[in-house]
Design a binder for this molecule. Structure first.
Ligand code: KG4
Length: 336
């Protein structure tokens, strides 16, 4: 099965070709236009997707060394995401599916992140066995998911306010770092003392997360100290970053540990943009090694939004006979 995947949920236009789950190409056009605004501007994102989508899809087909006529099905991100951005990918996919007379498969973007672990270099690539727990941490979501099969996932817990990525980005912003701030915090944290500052940790029932209190406590620390020393941020940025990252990781690991203990599942995967974080990757690997749990840490290129994960998720849905109608609208929030 040759699947063309199309991703346009936020600010990356991406197209990929997979043969079954083996990667043949994965092209991503990131949108630099948002940097000046310190966050994604939805209208600019949709316009950039419209400019990018044809060349990105053509390039993915070219790099895979196939012809358009070789495509067996088209998988596209139906949501969640920015409505305008989703419309571009959805409409394009429908048009191409009609023209090529191939089935369409709608993919939940979050399922795509989880199934990024099934993108294979070749037949020998090792993939998670079922069931496994996935810590999905991105700019918009923080979830612990029990994955029973590629198409059967249960959300055990999720953020009730900010996501982990938002905590990184918002705290980075008040430190004067560029957007998105997560990678900058990661870099600074490598030279800082993670125990120097104490920020509040949430006490939320069950497996849910909350990061908005941490953000407030970070802000108060900055405010109180800047009154005494106007250069406080500049002089302490590595320790601030390291302490912030340490608190986020501690919070993530607490609930993951709880879920591991409750389910007895011995395979853990992480995914989403924040799973690129060096501290998160090391903490999960260390946690799993000490408990004889198999850890799946994704390649950094598959942590952020990409169409390869959408193509793979589409492949599994297609195998289940789960295709979608040409009239299916995108959805901004609701999960399919
Ligand atoms: O999954 P993703 O690409 O996008 C969506 O949420 O749609 O995740 C983006 C998030 C941003 O918050 C970004 O700051 C964060 O992933 N991120 C990181 C790192 N790389 C990306 N956060 C911490 N450390 C990193 N190295």
């Amino acid at each position: 099965m040759i699947i063309l995947g199309i991703e346009s949920s936020c600010d990356d236009t991406s197209a990929a070709i997979v043969k079954d789950c083996i990667l043949m190409s994965n092209v991503i056009a990131s949108q630099k236009v948002h940097e000046a605004y310190g966050g994604v501007v939805p209208e600019l994102a949709s316009r950039a997707h419209q400019q990018n989508i044809v060349p990105v899809v053509s390039e993915a087909i070219r790099q895979a060394g196939i012809e358009k006529g070789d495509i067996d099905a088209i998988a596209f991100t139906r949501g969640p995401g920015l409505p305008g951005s989703l419309h571009v990918g959805t409409s394009f996919s429908k048009g191409l599916a009609l023209a090529l007379n191939v089935p369409l498969v709608d993919v939940n973007h979050l399922h795509g992140h989880v199934l990024a672990h099934f993108i294979k270099d070749d037949e020998n690539t090792v993939v998670p066995s079922f069931p496994f727990l996935c810590l999905l941490i991105s700019g918009g979501n923080s979830q612990i998911i029990k994955v029973q099969s590629p198409t059967d996932m249960e959300i055990m817990g999720q953020t009730i306010d900010d996501a982990a990525g938002e905590a990184f980005d918002k705290c980075a912003k008040v430190m004067g770092l560029p957007y998105p701030g997560g990678p900058y915090i990661d870099e600074l944290a490598q030279h800082g003392d993670p125990k120097r500052f104490k920020f509040s940790k949430p006490h939320i029932e069950g497996y849910n997360y909350s990061f908005s209190g941490l953000k407030t406590s970070f802000l108060y620390t900055l405010r109180d100290n800047i009154k005494l020393n106007p250069n406080f941020i500049e002089e302490n940025k590595a320790d601030l970053a390291a302490s912030l990252q340490h608190t986020i990781i501690d919070t993530l690991m607490d609930k993951l540990d709880k879920a591991v203990k409750a389910t007895g599942i011995k395979t853990v995967a992480i995914s989403g943009g924040v799973s690129a974080n060096s501290g998160v990757r090391a903490a999960v690997q260390h946690y799993c090694d000490r408990r004889n749990i198999t850890a799946f840490i994704p390649k950094r290129s598959f942590t952020t939004d990409n169409a390869a994960m959408i193509a793979v998720a589409g492949y599994f849905k297609y195998l289940n006979g789960d295709t979608c109608d040409i009239t299916a609208p995108p959805f901004a929030r609701v999960v399919i």
